[in-house]
Design a protein around this ligand. Structure first.
Ligand SMILES: NC(=O)c1ccc[n+]([C@@H]2O[C@H](COP(=O)([O-])OP(=O)(O)OC[C@H]3O[C@@H](n4cnc5c(N)ncnc54)[C@H](OP(=O)(O)O)[C@@H]3O)[C@@H](O)[C@H]2O)c1
Length: 279
């Protein structure tokens, strides 16, 4: 594969936009404004910004000539759009064009059936990729083994990169890190709501909840300690934190059980999407 990859990014929404912005921010990604074409009939703001500031090409659809030039196609549309996108695209791609899919639930096998025998890598990124703080987990089909370095180079600019050998783990990855940022945002909402219920002005409650989660995340990032050790280190027996944690971890399983059920639901949904159940 050439040094400057010719990439078609199909889907310039939240995650596609975050990836494209990350690639162009970092020289080491090997992607330049000239080597990237974004395909989206209604791209999001980050992509519009890349078009205006970097002159990245954004088109409504790939034509055969453009498709034939591509080293790599990155699928960043909703899983529900797979069938619509795959048929015309597969017919235009050369057999050496590799495929990366970030679609939740869509298996390597389903991608092979839709796009034929070629190197395919499934990647599950997450939304903090938009600020370079994501985590992406990758798995490849047999033909895609040679792509490991290239894919790692592409996803490093938006966060850390992990590889697994067993594709069945990607459902759990999706449920933990792919969907995980939304769970943390819900915690921020709930914490702000609880503060308001205790009498804090809404603005202050929201600020305190947001800053607390940002600060706790930064502490987690800078510490060698596990989350459990950090929690224990700030919980005095009989104190205020202990009183709250008793409520959060109390009878009936509390928050850990709730999170267990939530992650299990997301993992099951990922498998349904993989089977083409879009409802
Ligand atoms: N967001 C996340 O946190 C996250 C995390 C991990 C993985 N993912 C995966 O990333 C993929 C994209 O998610 P997203 O959140 O970025 O969704 P999104 O914001 O809806 O982006 C998808 C984009 O694709 C466009 N699109 C639809 N049909 C198309 C077509 N035929 N050709 C080209 N573009 C087309 C959409 O346009 P319209 O809006 O006009 O339909 C939209 O701009 C999904 O498969 C998801 O499972 C997302």
């Amino acid at each position: 594969m050439t040094q400057t990859l010719k990439i078609a990014l199909i889907g310039g929404g939240h995650m596609g936009g975050a990836l494209a912005a990350g690639w162009l921010r970092t020289k080491r990604s090997g992607v330049t404004a000239d080597s990237l074409v974004i395909v989206d009939p209604s791209p999001g703001e980050p992509v519009q910004d890349l078009v205006e500031r970097h002159g990245v090409r954004c088109v409504v659809a790939l034509d055969a000539a453009l498709a034939a030039e591509m080293d790599l196609v990155v699928l960043a549309v909703k899983p529900q759009a797979l069938e619509t996108v795959a048929a015309p695209l597969a017919a235009m791609l050369g057999k050496d064009t590799a495929l990366i899919s970030i679609m939740a639930g869509v298996t390597l096998n389903r991608l092979s059936m839709a796009f034929g025998d070629r190197a395919i890598v499934r990647v599950m990124p997450n939304m903090p990729a938009s600020v370079g703080a994501g985590v992406s987990v990758c798995v490849t089909n047999e033909a895609g083994g040679a792509l490991e370095k290239t894919v790692t180079k592409l996803f490093k600019p938006v966060g850390s990169v992990e590889w697994v050998k067993d594709e069945r783990l990607i459902g759990a990855v999706t449920a933990v890190s792919g969907s995980g940022p939304a769970y943390v945002f819900l915690l921020a909402e709930a914490l702000a709501g609880a503060g308001t219920a205790e009498g804090l002005p809404r603005d202050l409650a929201e600020k305190l909840a947001r800053e607390t989660i940002i600060g706790a995340g930064a502490l987690l990032a800078s510490s060698d300690k596990s989350p459990q050790e950090l929690r224990r280190s700030i919980t005095s027996p009989g104190g205020t934190t202990q009183a709250a944690l008793d409520a959060l971890m109390g009878s009936g399983g509390g928050l850990p059980e709730l999170v267990r059920n939530a992650v299990n639901a997301a993992e099951r949904r990922s498998r349904q999407l993989g089977n083409g159940n879009n409802r």
